[in-house]
Design a protein. Structure first.
Length: 340
């Protein structure tokens, strides 16, 4: 792969660069299992729905990058290395903070994220009322992809085979639940690729209440602490550095970096320079999977789209129960009661 950024002849035979990790734009996504703050890949992503096809695809207008058929991809190199912070005290607030990364059309699927291991761990600590979480984050973007819904990529051959199995079967809840398990409840139409640098701070509720009553803005303290820890302390005045120090002594902190490895020197700018190597989805727009069985995609498969779409609409109501019965959604009833 070429590493320089010199313009190439668009009609030349030179080997164009590709956008790293673009595979994510072609996968399905299960909103119950997703967890954007995962320390590894987001567990919500499933198997491929769409097939990557470079020979039939195009290239960016500057002729530097090859683009798979059915996608528009645009470089979007930008970073915000100053940390923004959010205080989280309930499961609802936690889910809301995660939803910043995943714009989901719920479409009757129920709540997002509760089946993921990361969500279960953090939310179980919140449910005791003993702790408050303060989430500080910085992020870098590398590129943006968008599905051309009018001329979408061809479906992946294995996905097509699974859909034909649905088409040959009548009312079969287990088969549809298996389909959701394999290909998800949603699929991405827009994805921003980059990296996230997250500090997840845990503070005792007693300490949080004491600080708040004293007029301390804990979220602001957390942002100072994030900047200081990530090598930005030289831009802070003495009061800000002291605030960061006081905060760090009163919390337990978990560091999460996705899309670029953590650096030994803790410098966020050095971290940001590594984003182009292995970017991951940092934000994505997720419509419900039954949209694949509407007029827009009819030409892609010779199946009874209307019947499959209606079956998905029926069985998605039961999918939460299916996950719960299989021990994958143990917190959902409690949370839904909290929301009501």
């Amino acid at each position: 792969m070429r590493q320089d950024y010199q313009l190439q002849e668009c009609t030349g035979s030179e080997f164009k660069q590709t956008f790293p990790d673009v595979d994510y734009a072609l996968l399905g996504y299960t909103i119950m299992k997703g967890f954007p703050h995962a320390t590894g890949h987001d567990p919500g992503f499933t198997f491929p729905i769409f097939h990557h096809d470079y020979p039939s695809g195009g290239m960016t207008a500057d002729c530097r990058y090859s683009v798979p058929c059915g996608l528009v991809i645009v470089p979007d190199v930008s970073c915000v290395t100053s940390f923004s912070s959010t205080t989280v005290q309930t499961k609802y607030e936690f889910s809301k903070s995660l939803s910043v990364s995943a714009s989901v059309d719920s479409g009757g699927w129920g709540v997002s994220f509760p089946a993921s291991a990361g969500y279960k761990k953090s939310s179980s600590e919140m449910s005791t009322g003993e702790f408050v979480f303060i989430i500080s984050s910085a992020k870098c973007n590398y590129y943006f992809s968008k599905l051309i819904t009018e001329e979408a990529p061809d479906f992946d051959p294995v996905f097509v085979k699974k859909v034909h199995t649905l088409n040959a079967t009548g009312q079969n809840p287990e088969l549809y639940h298996e389909f959701f398990e394999t290909y998800g409840t949603h699929f991405p139409t827009e994805v921003t690729f980059g990296a996230r640098f997250i500090y997840e701070h845990k503070m005792s509720s007693t300490k949080y209440e004491s600080e708040t009553k004293s007029g301390v803005n804990v979220a602001v303290q957390a942002s100072y602490s994030g900047m200081f820890s990530a090598g930005g302390g030289f831009n802070m005045d003495s009061d800000q550095r002291q605030s960061a120090s006081d905060f760090s002594k009163s919390v337990e902190t978990k560091t999460i970096t996705v899309g670029a490895p953590p650096l030994s020197d803790g410098d966020a700018m050095t971290w940001a320079s590594h984003v182009k190597t292995s970017p991951v989805p940092t934000t994505h727009k997720l419509p419900s999977i039954e949209l694949l069985f509407t007029e827009r995609y009819r030409g892609k498969m010779n199946v009874d789209h209307d019947r499959i779409r209606k079956n998905i609409d029926t069985y998605k109501q039961e999918y939460c129960s299916y996950l719960r019965e299989n021990g994958k959604l143990i917190h959902v009833i409690v949370w839904m009661l909290e929301l009501s």
